[in-house]
Design a binder for this molecule. Structure first.
Ligand SMILES: NC(=O)c1ccc[n+]([C@@H]2O[C@H](COP(=O)([O-])OP(=O)(O)OC[C@H]3O[C@@H](n4cnc5c(N)ncnc54)[C@H](O)[C@@H]3O)[C@@H](O)[C@H]2O)c1
Ligand SMILES: O=P(O)(O)OC[C@H](O)CO
Length: 339
């Protein structure tokens, strides 16, 4: 067992992954505590260090003073106890494996990626202890577009871990200042948080699809409502706490992702509805569309417990069985009608 009381103070957060979300969290946390942001492309990190901006993902937002930019992973690992990991979920397993041997028992891993392991559909909460048996870890999730987090717009996030007491009392006290726009709430249900974070992306694709095909607000609300039901059904079968799906990482993130065009998953669905192929839609978005992978992984999870998820199955049929979006949507609406 790690003795947290021996960790050096003050706490510096190391953020690994300098895309839109890693950078946004770095900006938000650095308003109150020291942060080091690391990314795997040295040239991009050098540019960020010089310009004090991430012009690729968050143009025109200047980094706070307490944000250090680094291309030196060893420096981050030596300086920071808490490592917040914000790489796309499709590369998370490989990324974690690449850290094996470098991560020490005192490092706390907080995962901000939303998804399940590629192809296997395994939970990262099962994978992390296999790679890092001695480390404490958790997940951070909830309704939050990177741009709004970076701009300091009031945002509420859920943190799930078996060790929330340590995070709340030892790491994040500066974040609990009432004037902070980024609020953290603590829960213990890591499975629920992971399921909700991954599958809301699939439902957002379905909603985008419905909107892209020209259905209205009524249909959108029906797909969201039944989508939440599918998330909860699957979650309960995997032992998640039902209340997680009513909270920030469940209902909160589902509403955000399904209803605002800042969402890449929603936009992906819109493009499919407008007639683009999945490949064309991904290219047009130009950033990670995790719901594409999450759809396949969710179906893998559903098959393991023998449950039918009509909305997610239709999205799967479009993405991986070449079904036409129009035909799938027609069948989907019939399926919803019969639920
Ligand atoms: N963008 C958001 O609004 C948002 C909000 C909440 C959660 N998230 C989550 O954050 C995670 C990252 O998403 P994002 O929006 O920052 O993606 P992004 O497409 O903006 O950036 C991805 C970053 O990951 C880096 N990367 C790719 N492969 C890597 C590897 N093998 N090792 C290290 N870095 C690698 C890329 O260089 C890029 O900088 C996702 O799992 C997403 O669900 C994003
Ligand atoms: O842009 P999206 O669809 O990947 O969604 C981003 C976040 O997960 C919203 O909370």
């Amino acid at each position: 067992m790690v003795n947290h009381t021996k960790l050096p103070q003050p706490q510096t957060i190391g953020i690994l992954g300098a895309g839109s979300y890693g950078t946004a969290l770095a900006i938000a946390f650095a308003k109150v505590m020291p942060v080091i942001l690391w990314g795997h492309r040295p040239d991009a990190m050098e540019k960020m260090a010089q310009t004090r901006q991430n012009s690729e993902y968050l143009p025109d937002i200047t980094f706070p003073e307490k944000l250090e930019v680094s291309k030196d992973l060893d420096h981050v690992l030596e300086t920071c106890n808490l490592l917040l990991i914000a790489v796309p979920s499709v590369v998370l397993s490989d990324f974690l494996k690449s850290l094996k041997g470098k991560i020490k028992p005192h490092h706390f891993l907080l995962i901000a990626s939303k998804g399940l392991e590629q192809k296997t559909g395994r939970f990262f909460s099962d994978i992390i202890p296999e790679i890092f048996p001695e480390n404490h870890f958790g997940f951070i999730s909830g309704p939050s577009f990177a741009k709004e987090v970076a701009r300091g717009i009031p945002t509420a996030l859920a943190v799930a871990s078996k060790d929330i007491k340590f995070l709340r009392k030892e790491i994040f006290p500066p974040m609990h200042n009432i004037r902070q726009p980024l609020k953290l709430y603590y829960v213990e249900d890591m499975i629920g948080l992971q399921i909700a974070g991954a599958i809301k992306n699939v439902i957002a694709i379905a909603v985008g699809l419905s909107d892209g095909l020209g259905y209205g607000a009524n249909t959108r609300a029906a797909v969201i409502t039944h989508g939440l039901e599918e998330i909860s059904t699957l979650g309960k079968l995997y032992g998640a706490d039902a209340s997680t799906f009513q909270g920030l990482s469940g209902f909160g993130d589902l509403i955000l992702t399904c209803t605002d065009d800042q969402s890449r998953n929603r936009r992906f669905g819109l493009y499919l509805g407008q007639g683009l192929t999945p490949e064309q839609a991904i290219e047009k978005i130009g950033q990670v569309v995790e719901g594409y992978y999450n759809t396949r992984e969710t179906i893998t999870l559903a098959r393991k417990v023998n449950v039918e998820l009509p909305i997610i199955q239709k999205v799967y049929d479009i993405l991986f069985n070449n079904k036409s979006p129009k035909r799938a949507a027609g069948e989907l609406l019939l399926a919803i009608h019969n639920l």
